[in-house]
Design a protein around this ligand. Structure first.
Ligand code: PFF
Length: 455
C-alpha cells in the first residue's frame, strides 16, 4: 500500500476515541481492581500512577511517533526507522506475539461479559446473596461449553469489524460508547459509596499502606500500567500509523491516558466499597468484578436496568480493545505478507480461537495443566503483562531515545514547528535514561538480584 493511500482515522475525536477505546477495556474494570485487591490497595494505586506518568506517557508518545513517522505496522515500523540490517524489527515481532497471547485470555473474559448480559436480562442477580452469586459465577466459568461458545461469538464479532476496516469498523464503534461508559461507572460508584460499610472500601483504595509494598507489587503495578494503556507491544504504533498528520500527538497522549486512568479509578470506587460492604475477599483475583458488581445490582433499585447497561458497556469496552489487538496482527499480515484484510483476520482469529479454548478450559477441566506453575490462562496473562509488555516498552524507549533521529522526532511532535514542544527535553531524557533504567531495575528487583547482592 502506498504511504499516502494508507487508511486514516477521520476526525480528531475519532483518533482519541479509537486509542482510548483500545486502552479502556477489561484492563480497567476487570483487571485493575483485582490486581489492586491482591496488591494491598492504596499503595498499589500510588505506584501505578507513578508508572503511568513516568513510563506510560513517554512510551505512548514514542509509539505514536514511531507509528506516524513510519506509516507501518509494528514490525515494518522498526525496519523502516531502524538502521539497515539491524534487528530492531524483532521488537515488533514480539509485539505481534504479545497481541496473540493477550487475545488468548482476553477473549475468554470478554465472552464472560456476554454471559452476564444474558444473566442481567433474565434478572438473575435479584435477591441473591454473595454466596449464591459466587457459586453461580464459579459454575459458569469452570464449565466447558458455555464460556467457549460466548468466546467464539465475541471473536467472530471482533473479526467482522476488523474486516470492515479502520474508519468504518474501528472508529465508528469506538466513538459513541466511551461517554456512556463513563456515566454508568459514575452512577455505580455513587451507589457503592453509599452502601453501609462502604467507607472502609474507600480507605482501602486511597490510604496507602507502605508496608504492603514489595518487589512484586511494583512489578504488578508496572505491568498493569502497560496493559491498561495498550503499550509495549506495537498496538499504539499500529494506531499511530493511522493518525492523521495534522493531529497533535502530545495532546492525544494526554487525553487517552487521562481517560484510561480515570476509568480505572472510578471502577475501583464502584467495586471496593461493595467488596467491604458485602464481605467479599478483595484478594479474589480474576473473579472479583463478576461477583462484586452483581451484588451491587442486587441491592439497587432498578438493578436490572443498571446491570444490563453495565454489562453491555463492559462488553463494548472489551470489544474496542480486542479490535485493537487483532488489528496489530492483521496490519502485520496484510503489509508484510500482502494478504487481504479478510484473509489475515480469519487466519489470526483461528489461531486465537485455539489459544482461547485452551485458556477457557484451564479455568475448569484443565485447571491442573500448568506452565511454569501457572494455569494456561494465568500464564498468558502473566507472561504478557509482567514480562513481554514491559520488555517491549524498554526496547521502544531505547529505540526512541538512542536510534531515532532527534530532529525528525521534534518535527513530528511539533507538526513541523506548528505546535509547542516545551516538554520535549523532559520526554527525551526519560526515554533515553529514566524509563529504561526504571524498567530494568524493576525486573532485577523482582528476580531478587538486589537481595542477592545485599543491596
Ligand atoms: N488496554 C486494554 C485494557 O485495558 O483492557 C488491553 C489491551 C488492549 C492491551 C490492546 C494491549 C493492547 F494492545
Amino acid at each position: 500500500m502506498a504511504d499516502n493511500n494508507r487508511a486514516n482515522f477521520g476526525s480528531k475525536l475519532g483518533v482519541v476515541a479509537a486509542a482510548a477505546g483500545s486502552a479502556v477495556g477489561l484492563g480497567n474494570i476487570w483487571r485493575f481492581p483485582y490486581e489492586l485487591g491482591q496488591s494491598g490497595g492504596g499503595a498499589f494505586l500510588l505506584i501505578y500512577i507513578v508508572c503511568i506518568v513516568l513510563l506510560g506517557l513517554p512510551i505512548m508518545t514514542s509509539e505514536f511517533l514511531i507509528g506516524r513517522m513510519s506509516q507501518s505496522n509494528a514490525v515494518g515500523a522498526f525496519r523502516k526507522l531502524g538502521p539497515k540490517g539491524s534487528k530492531w524489527w524483532l521488537v515488533g515481532v514480539m509485539g505481534v506475539l504479545s497481541a496473540f497471547f493477550i487475545m488468548g485470555f482476553y477473549v475468554v473474559v470478554s465472552g464472560w461479559t456476554l454471559e452476564y448480559i444474558v444473566q442481567a436480562v433474565t434478572n438473575s442477580f435479584a435477591n441473591k446473596d454473595t454466596e449464591t452469586l459466587t457459586r453461580a459465577f464459579t459454575d459458569f466459568s469452570t464449565g466447558t461449553w458455555r464460556p467457549i461458545i460466548w468466546m467464539t461469538l465475541f471473536l467472530v464479532i471482533t473479526c467482522v469489524i476488523i474486516v470492515g476496516g479502520v474508519k468504518n469498523g474501528i472508529e465508528k464503534s469506538a466513538k459513541f460508547m466511551m461517554p456512556l461508559l463513563l456515566i454508568i461507572i459514575v452512577a455505580l460508584g455513587v451507589r457503592a459509596v453509599t452502601l453501609p460499610g462502604g467507607a472502609e472500601g474507600l480507605r482501602f483504595l486511597f490510604k496507602p499502606d507502605f508496608s504492603k509494598i514489595d518487589s512484586s507489587v511494583v512489578l504488578n503495578a508496572m505491568g498493569q500500567a502497560f496493559f491498561s494503556l495498550s503499550l509495549g507491544m506495537g498496538c499504539m504504533i499500529t494506531y499511530g500509523s493511522y493518525i492523521n498528520k495534522k493531529n497533535h500527538l502530545a495532546h492525544t497522549v494526554l487525553e487517552v491516558t487521562f481517560v484510561d486512568t480515570i476509568i480505572a479509578v472510578l471502577a475501583s470506587i464502584a467495586i471496593f466499597p461493595a467488596v467491604f460492604s458485602f464481605g467479599i475477599n478483595p484478594e479474589q483475583g480474576p473473579t472479583l468484578v463478576f461477583i462484586t458488581l452483581p451484588n451491587i445490582f442486587a441491592h439497587m433499585p432498578g438493578g436490572l436496568i443498571w446491570s444490563l447497561l453495565f454489562f453491555i458497556l463492559l462488553s463494548i469496552a472489551a470489544l474496542t480493545s480486542t479490535i485493537s489487538l487483532l488489528e496489530v496482527i492483521v496490519a502485520f499480515f496484510t503489509e508484510e505478507f500482502k494478504m487481504s484484510r479478510a484473509k489475515a483476520a480469519i487466519i489470526a482469529s483461528a489461531g486465537i480461537w485455539v489459544l482461547g479454548v485452551c485458556a477457557s478450559l484451564s479455568m475448569g477441566v484443565w485447571s491442573d495443566v500448568h506452565i511454569f506453575g501457572f494455569t494456561i490462562f494465568d500464564f498468558l496473562d502473566n507472561i504478557t503483562s509482567k514480562i513481554m509488555m514491559p520488555l517491549g516498552g524498554l526496547l521502544i524507549a531505547l529505540f526512541a531515545g538512542w536510534v531515532m533521529k532527534k530532529d525528525q522526532m521534534l518535527g513530528e511532535l511539533s507538526n513541523n514547528g506548528k505546535y509547542k514542544t516545551a516538554y520535549f527535553r523532559a520526554y527525551y531524557f526519560i526515554v533515553r535514561f529514566v524509563a529504561p533504567v526504571a524498567i530494568l531495575m524493576i525486573f532485577l528487583n523482582q528476580l531478587g538480584v538486589f537481595r542477592w547482592l545485599r543491596l
